[in-house]
Each structure stands twice: as structure tokens, then as C-alpha cells.
Design a protein around this ligand. Structure first.
Ligand code: HEC
Length: 247
């Protein structure tokens, strides 16, 4: 009996050790390889299309796809409405926080502060305040429609074509919506501007753009607050894989 124990116990230890060792996350070193097989951000590996279980309807506002990225990028920046700064108690980084602190009257945009502040005539009172520019009419209309439709936490699966990727039509709009709020202007976050192709390419080449959106070890996770949709990540990765062209 004692002999058995001497064999079984070390074997168990070895199994546990191997399990832990295998679970160890892959550490990216230097330049990120967009083809890294250990990256499981998308089940398709970023080359194919995502499985669509909840197709998007053109009549609905999808909080997760459009409202959340807009508020995170334009409002939840450091010093403003992120969880740490919470200016005037308002935190606009997640559905729960937005509903709790955004002064929203469901179905009534006119009585919802999160909407009315967007069009204040005093540039200091308007949100985002000067020197930031006001939201575009398209963005304001999105918030309006979202509240009119009940300020719901809807999500859908947009068809994800990651094969035809061009910088101007596919990549820049994603980065504009998800990153530009913080990474632009006179003092961009982390001193990193991500508005022009040249600026963006610099961080593609260093590996930190891909590393940060994949939430890879050794990089600061971006955007702050949560991962981008798998489809968007797959598009960016495929664009980089194909040479990150200015097309
Ligand atoms: C809410 C504001 C905010 C948003 C939105 C945001 N960032 Fe950042 N980003 C920051 C801040 C702040 C830093 C600097 C963090 C630090 O140095 O601790 C940073 C740092 C980075 C870095 C450097 C990472 C590293 O490991 O060195 C990269 C690259 C980056 N951001 C890319 C992006 C991209 C791409 C997006 C959009 C998908 C994005 N960011 C969205 C605020 C933001």
C-alpha cells in the first residue's frame, strides 16, 4: 500500500504541474504575429466569417455594437466619465453604469440628460465640452433613437466579412469609433494619436496596436473597458496580416 502511494502521489503532482504549465498564457515577444495559432480571439482565426445567430435588423439600435463604443470612446475617457474620474457621478463605460448614472428617462430623450447635454449651446456645458468637438448629428441621432427604443441592451451579429479589408473603408472607421475619442487632439491618451494612416501604422509596426486590442500579455488592454467585437478584431488582424496597406 505504501509503495503504491509513493508512485501515485508524485504522478498526481506531475499531472497537476503539467495542467498548470499548459494553461500558461502565451507571451508575445516583440512583434506580434497576426497568424499566431495560440490566439483564439475568433473561432475562425480571423480568415473566415463569424457564425451569425442573431442577425442585425436595420431598424434597431444595438447598444453593444454602436452606442457603447461611441460613449466609451467619446465620454468614458480618463479625467471625464471613466470609472476612476466619474465626473459629476456619471460613469459611461458599461450598460449597467450608463443606465445607473446617465440620467436616462427610458423612451423620452427630451428628459434624458445623456441626450440633452449633447446639444447645449454653451460649449462649456455641452458634452463633450470644448475644446472637444460636439458629437456629429449622426451620433446624436443614434443616442436619440436608442432612448426612444427603450435604451435596451441589445446585441446582434453583423455579417463579418474579413476577406475584403481596406484601410479607408473598413479599418479607419473602426478605429475612429473605438479609439479616436482618446487617441486624438492636442494631448492624446498615452501620447498616442491614432487618426491618420501614418500614426496608426507606427503602432501596427511596433505590435502594440494588435497586442492591445487582443488583450495580449505584455500590452495595455484596449479599448479601455472591454474587448472590441470579435469581428472587428478579426478585420484589423486580417488587414495587418495582408501588409497593413494604406488602401
Ligand atoms: C477611454 C480612452 C481610450 C480609448 C477609447 C482607447 N484608448 Fe488606447 N490608451 C488610453 C490610455 C490612457 C493609454 C495609456 C495607458 C498607460 O500608459 O497606462 C492608452 C494606450 C494605448 C496603447 C499603448 C499600449 C501599450 O501596450 O503600450 C495603444 C497601442 C492603444 N492605446 C491603442 C488603442 C486602440 C487601438 C484603441 C481602440 C481600439 C484605443 N487605444 C482606445 C486610452 C484609451
Amino acid at each position: 500500500m505504501k509503495n503504491h502511494f509513493l508512485i501515485i502521489f508524485p504522478s498526481l503532482l506531475l499531472v497537476v504541474f503539467l495542467l498548470i504549465a499548459c494553461k500558461e498564457e502565451y507571451v508575445y515577444t516583440g512583434k506580434l504575429n497576426p497568424d499566431n495559432p495560440k490566439d483564439t480571439t475568433t473561432t475562425t482565426g480571423g480568415t473566415g466569417t463569424t457564425v451569425i445567430t442573431k442577425p442585425c435588423s436595420p431598424d434597431s439600435v444595438y447598444f453593444e455594437q454602436s452606442v457603447l463604443p461611441l460613449l466609451r470612446s467619446q465620454c468614458a475617457s480618463p479625467g471625464c466619465h471613466d470609472a476612476a474620474s466619474r465626473k459629476e457621478g456619471v460613469i459611461l463605460d458599461s450598460y449597467a453604469n450608463i443606465l445607473k448614472t446617465g440620467n436616462i428617462r427610458v423612451n423620452s430623450p427630451a428628459n434624458s440628460k445623456i441626450y440633452t447635454v449633447l446639444s447645449k449651446s454653451d460649449p462649456e456645458e455641452r458634452m463633450p465640452p470644448a475644446p472637444n468637438s460636439a458629437l456629429s448629428n449622426t451620433d446624436k441621432a443614434l443616442i436619440l433613437k436608442w432612448i426612444q427604443q427603450g435604451a435596451k441592451n441589445l446585441t446582434c451579429d453583423a455579417a463579418c466579412d474579413t476577406t475584403q479589408i481596406a484601410f479607408k473603408t473598413n479599418i479607419q472607421p473602426i478605429l475612429d469609433a473605438q479609439c479616436k475619442g482618446c487617441h486624438s487632439g492636442t494631448s492624446p491618451s498615452g501620447k498616442i494619436a491614432l487618426t491618420t494612416y501614418a500614426e496608426i501604422k507606427k503602432y501596427v509596426d511596433s505590435g502594440s496596436l494588435l497586442g492591445s486590442i487582443l488583450h495580449a500579455k505584455g500590452y495595455i488592454a484596449m479599448p479601455q473597458g472591454g474587448k472590441m467585437a470579435a469581428c472587428e478584431i478579426a478585420k484589423v488582424r486580417n488587414w495587418i496580416r495582408k501588409g497593413a496597406l494604406n488602401n
